[in-house]
Design a protein around this ligand. Structure first.
Ligand SMILES: Nc1nc2c(ncn2[C@@H]2O[C@H](COP(=O)(O)OP(=O)(O)OP(=O)(O)O)[C@@H](O)[C@H]2O)c(=O)[nH]1
Ligand SMILES: [Mg+2]
Length: 253
């Protein structure tokens, strides 16, 4: 296979139980895709497993090792920079390592990126949903999305989804070093910046499954930080003009 044009950023912290399975499924997809794993010195050896993949598949698997858990948002930024500047990617994806984001949706997301600038693997469009999620998580997610859409005027329906595909020009248009959020609220901030710039957003329905292996990294502190991010972005929205175009939803058949 020739050098990939699309790279998937997979941030990991203690995902040794998922990594081999995920990488083999990603590399077996019928699309020309590479992986950029950003591992934060996982104590369970996730980074060593990733290194073995990169020895086997040097063109398709790249690993960035960071010293200690530095947060999801900064992991995405490190991955974006590497994919854009070193690998010259045309498209950049992000996904979780725990199979909440099933690789089987990637081909339809790639189909839609021909028409859109950013494609979200979305729980909240017809055909999408969640499986095996505890009731508290369902509510937390529903409330976060409602707040982000009403207060920030976001048009996309799944504003907190980490399953995304960006065209490289979208990422290049965003001042990545000026993004404030370092954790989970990074995703809302990125979407806010994309929609404000008028980039067209498409959503492909996905069934989001609760993690199969390993443990959660989300903390109460992250939830408070996310609330702060929403109010900070709201202040920005009120002080500056609205997005030029609205995002719209496209459901592939
Ligand atoms: N590099 C890096 N990856 C992280 C960090 N925090 C979380 N991750 C990874 O980001 C992805 C999403 O984290 P999760 O723990 O699955 O978060 P979640 O989906 O909200 O929670 P659960 O699925 O319930 O565990 C996973 O692949 C994690 O391993 C971090 O600080 N650094
Ligand atoms: Mg998860």
């Amino acid at each position: 296979m020739s050098k990939p044009t699309t790279y998937v950023i997979v941030p990991t912290y203690n995902e040794a139980d998922n990594l081999d399975n995920l990488f083999s499924q990603l590399l077996a997809l019928p699309v020309n895709l590479g992986i950029v794993n950003v591992d934060d010195g996982s104590p369970d050896g996730t980074g060593d497993l990733a290194d073995k993949w990169s020895e086997k598949e040097p063109l398709r698997v790249h690993v960035i090792h960071r010293q200690g858990k530095l947060g999801l948002g900064t992991a995405y930024i490190a991955g974006f920079r590497y994919a854009l500047d070193t690998l010259n990617a045309e498209n950049v994806m992000t996904m979780d390592a725990d199979f909440s984001h099933n690789p089987r949706y990637i081909p339809s997301m790639l189909d839609l990126i021909g028409e859109k600038h950013l494609v979200i693997g979305s729980r909240y469009v017809p055909g999408g949903g969640t499986l095996n999620w505890p009731r508290a998580r369902i509510w937390l997610s529903a409330i976060s999305n409602f707040v982000a859409r009403t207060l920030l005027g976001l048009k996309a329906h799944d504003t907190t989804a980490g399953f995304r595909l960006y065209r490289s020009e979208v990422l290049r248009s965003i001042p990545l070093d000026r993004i404030f959020s370092s954790g989970y609220s990074f995703l809302v901030e990125m979407l806010f910046l994309c929609e404000r710039r008028g980039w067209q957003v498409g959503e492909v329905p996905i069934i989001f499954e609760d993690r199969r292996e390993g443990t959660t990294k989300i903390s109460r502190n992250e939830i408070f930080k996310a609330q702060y991010t929403i109010f900070r972005l709201l202040a920005r929205r009120l002080l500056k003009r609205a997005p030029r175009h609205s995002a719209e939803i496209v459901n592939p058949v």
